[in-house]
Design a protein. Sequence first.
Length: 238
Amino acid sequence: MRALRILLVVVVILGALFVAADRIAVHFAESEAADRAQQTQGLTSTPDVDIKGFPFLTQVLGKKLDEVVVTATGIEAAGTGGETLRVDRFQADLHGVRMSNGFSSAVADTATGSATVSYENLSKGAPSGVEVSYGGTSSDGKGRVKVSVDISTPIGNVQRSVVSEIGVVNGKNSIKLTAGQIPGLDSLPSEVGDLIRHRIDFTRALGGLPEGIELKSVTATPEGITVEATGTKVVLAN
C-alpha cells in the first residue's frame, strides 16, 4: 500500500509538472505567434493570440493546432494611405492551424471572423467633406447609414444628406456605400451633381486582415458597422 501511495504521488507530481510545462509552452507560443502575425500582416499593434485545446505539446508534435482565436484592435496596415479603413476590432476563430517551416509559418484550414469599424473611423476614411453616421433602421428592421456631404463647388458651398445602402464588394475585402436618390441633385449643374455623387458613393478596403479572409456581409448598428467574414487557407504567419 505504501508503494502504491508513493506511485500515486509521483503520478500526480508528474502530471502537475506536465500541465505546468504545457501551459508555459502555450504562453510562449502565443506570444511568438502574436509577434509573427504583426510582422507578416504589417499591423501597427500586436494582436492577442489564444491557442485552444489541451494538451498543447501533443498538438505541436503533430504540427497542427485544433483552434486559435486571434483578436486585434486598431488595425491599420502599414502604408495603406487614405483608401483603407481603420478597423477598430477584428476577431478570427481559426481551425486546423497547420505549422511548417520550423514553426515560422501557420495557415488555418478554415476561419470565421468579424470586424467592427466606428462611424468616426468610417468618416475619416471617407472622401473629403463627407461624414458618415447611423441612419436608423429601415421598414424591415435593417440598420442604415447616413452620409452627409459639405463641400465647396464652382457654384458655392453645397450640403446634402442621404441614407445609403452599405454592402461588401465580393473578393475585394472592401465595403461600398451607395445612395439612391440624392435630394436636389437634379437641380444642380451636371458637373456639381457628379462631384457630390462621387463623394457620397465610395468604396473602401479593410486593411490589415489576414490573407485568405473574405468579407461576407455588413450590418449597420448605432455604434458602427459590423462586418462578418469567413476564409479558407487563412495565413496567420508566414
